[in-house]
Design a protein around this ligand. Structure first.
Ligand code: FES
Ligand code: FES
Length: 159
């Protein structure tokens, strides 16, 4: 059964026909070709599919597409600067070597974006807690934490 939803995705108002059984992840990847959002576990454990929904980080694999009606969604494709260049968080992931295979990276960047929005100068413990819903098989996490901490420091220096 199809249902019409209206939502904003990466700043664009959209009207979409979605299957009531369809996940937001499938809608983003299969209908809109926003393939930066990854499917890992598919059961809400790994954070590879994380997106922002009304500013909150949520796993799109366990969020039904119909629930997105009236919501504002931001995916990794919407996290770049307005001119399309990488955000400061993305730059720091590159600079700190926080990316290996890269599969987890969009989810981490999404979670880090929300974290620094909520807590501009987080402690190490708060960064760990903020990223605790994201799993990485490659990096050992230290460089990811460094990337987020550096971003917070750089933003603080600019004030
Ligand atoms: S794919 Fe959604 S949490 Fe793992
Ligand atoms: S960089 Fe490979 S899973 Fe994180």
């Amino acid at each position: 059964m199809l249902k019409t939803i209206n939502c904003k995705i990466n700043g664009r108002d959209m009207e979409l026909q979605v299957d009531i059984r369809e996940s937001l992840l499938d809608m983003l990847r299969d209908r809109l070709h926003l393939t930066g959002t990854k499917q890992g576990c598919g059961v809400g454990e790994c954070g590879a599919c994380a997106v922002l929904i009304d500013g909150q980080t949520l796993d799109s694999c366990i969020y039904m597409a119909v629930w997105a009606d009236g919501k504002e969604i931001v995916t990794i494709e919407g996290i770049t600067n307005d001119d399309g260049s990488l955000s400061d968080i993305q730059h720091n992931f590159v600079d700190k070597g926080a990316i290996q295979c890269g599969f987890c990276t969009p989810g981490f960047v999404v979670s880090a974006t929300a974290l620094l929005e909520e807590k501009p100068n987080p402690t190490k413990a708060e960064i760990r807690r903020g990223l605790s819903g994201n799993l990485c098989r490659c990096t050992g996490y230290t460089k990811i934490l460094d990337a987020v901490e550096s971003t917070a420091e750089q933003r603080g220096n600019k004030k």
